[in-house]
Design a protein around this ligand. Sequence first.
Ligand code: 5RP
Length: 295
Amino acid sequence: MADIEGMKDAKQFAQDVEFSSSGNFHVKGAANLDWGMKDRLSRIFRPDTGKTVMLAFDHGYFMGPTSGLERLDLLIPDLAEHADCLMGTRGAIRTSAPANYNKSIALRVSSGSSVLQDDLSKESLVVSMEDAIKMNASAVAVQTFIGADGQKETIEALNQAVNLGSRYSIPTMGVVAVGKEMERTTRFFLLATRMLAEFGVQIVKTYYCDDFEKVASTTPVPLVVAGGKKVPEKDALTLASNSIRSGAAGVDMGRNIFQSENPKAMIQAVNKVVHEGMSDKEAYEFYLHLANPEK
Ligand code: 5RP
């Protein structure tokens, strides 16, 4: 381990300079991967835009049924056509997502804590890669708690997933967790996203923060931004727009879609921002129009 005494903070972000090793492949950092990895990544990130709209509904694996997620069997069929990728647990997807949608799947494969505990940071790899293959997963998602008690075991779980994923050409999406007591600073996200990329994940899911351009420029794989707690639709579209404009390759949004007044209109407005570069203001108008067609 390098002596960290005297280590200087990063300064040369060159955030206006495009990532230089993409070759002719549309996913950042994936040019040197094999065919199977590229095929799966192409199911998640649209080749025409290089971006993705993931719909996250994996909350029940540690929270049980929550607002908007009471009936997965009703929610998923309603929204799936507007998502590029469905992020959920095997139990949710197998039972409630019709298998004829042909949508890419980001399969949640880590767990270990529940809301009955104070410390949610203890997770390990609980789903076999064979089961992920049987579900035709385009990626497996493992949550890591950098800076929390569960850091070591979640880093081990993540690396285990990367090792198994390399064997079968299944990308790993490393999820940067933020907990009650955990930092949410630019410094934290610079550290966490880069650590996950260096462990070998092909996608990092993270949260938006100040100076997000710096986080995007120092992470050599695509960043997908989580929606976070429910905010007004207008603000959630601003979050999506700021993320894309600052270098994110997509969003992985849950509550701000399924807890929206009109989830179907909301996911379509998010699509406009992510894939068509619509501004947050225009996307909000679009949302209002879909949500209240008679007005
Ligand atoms: C964190 C996750 C969740 O899927 C994600 O954060 C939920 O999405 P949202 O915050 O938009 O409701 O990966 O464990």
